[in-house]
Design a protein around this ligand. Structure first.
Ligand SMILES: Nc1ncnc2c1ncn2[C@@H]1O[C@H](COP(=O)(O)OP(=O)(O)OP(=O)(O)O)[C@@H](O)[C@H]1O
Ligand SMILES: [Mg+2]
Length: 248
């Protein structure tokens, strides 16, 4: 059973402090939703955990199963079992989806998967997410529609089987069918009980499919309110204004 612990995390970009003391614990089998207004620092939290060099940790700790994540390189964090689906997935020209995914699996496992086994896992993953088989030969994310990029993120999740998955707005830009397919992918994965999911989202729409155990409201670089799934409905009705004022 894995646990990600974020303790009093402070993060700056340049000399601007963005995260101002984030405390959050995510365990395997749990789904946590983070909701909050634009610019409140949600993606910053995701990048800081994943080890993006632009984000300077000024104080606090991030532990995965008691191990200091902040002392690890980006690769080491991925090998330790951390996965980040980015809000804006990057294009990798000249590298096919199939090669990209096989390299990612090799990097995370520390050895290359057998070709035949990998081809089978890839096909099953693509089928489950209703991804056209021709995508395996396309350049990674190049010219993908918004929804195609997001499905590709979930395909990575299925193949990499991380301990903790941070999904930054994986629901944005999805049509209703894609939202269902992507949500089913997340659920399949979460229901194994081996993975904790941290879902950053603006919309309660996805939370109807992927039921969160906990909802956290983010404002001004910290968590200002916590509750169960009912909190998401309250946010939809009332917005964030009262939280933004309180955090200023
Ligand atoms: N690399 C960066 N360079 C400069 N400023 C940054 C950088 N990353 C984040 N910021 C600033 O930090 C603040 C928080 O940004 P962040 O992307 O974390 O917000 P967010 O909560 O994910 O917003 P959204 O809901 O719009 O995705 C913003 O004011 C943003 O401009
Ligand atoms: Mg964001």
């Amino acid at each position: 059973m894995s646990t990600l612990e974020i303790r009093d995390l402070h993060v700056a970009v340049g000399d601007k402090e963005i995260l101002r003391g984030v405390n959050l614990t995510v365990s395997a089998g749990e789904t946590h939703a983070i909701m909050g207004p634009n610019g409140s620092g949600k993606s910053t939290l995701a990048y800081a955990i994943a080890g993006h060099p632009k984000y300077t940790i000024t104080s606090g700790a991030v532990l995965l199963d008691g191990e200091d994540m902040l002392a690890m390189s980006v690769d080491e964090r991925a090998r330790a079992g951390l996965f980040l689906a980015m809000q804006y997935p990057v294009e990798v020209p000249g590298v096919s989806v199939s090669n990209f995914l096989r390299s990612a699996v090799t990097a995370v496992r520390g050895e290359a998967p057998k070709l035949r086994e990998f081809a089978k896992d890839l096909k099953n993953g693509m089928d489950a997410l209703s991804i056209d088989p021709a995508f395996a030969q396309r350049n990674t994310n190049e010219g993908f529609s918004g929804g195609e990029k997001k499905r590709h993120e979930i395909l990575q999740l299925e193949l990499l089987k991380p301990k903790i998955a941070v999904l930054d707005e994986t629901d944005s830009g999805l049509d209703v069918d894609a939202l269902r397919v992507v949500s089913e992918g997340i659920n399949r994965f979460r229901d194994t009980g081996d993975t904790g999911v941290l879902l950053i989202t603006h919309y309660t729409r996805i939370l109807r499919y992927v039921k969160p155990d906990f909802v956290h409201v983010f404002a001004g670089g910290r968590i200002v309110e916590e509750g169960g799934p009912e909190l998401a409905d309250k946010l939809e009705d009332e917005g964030y204004e009262s939280y933004v004022k309180a955090s200023a």
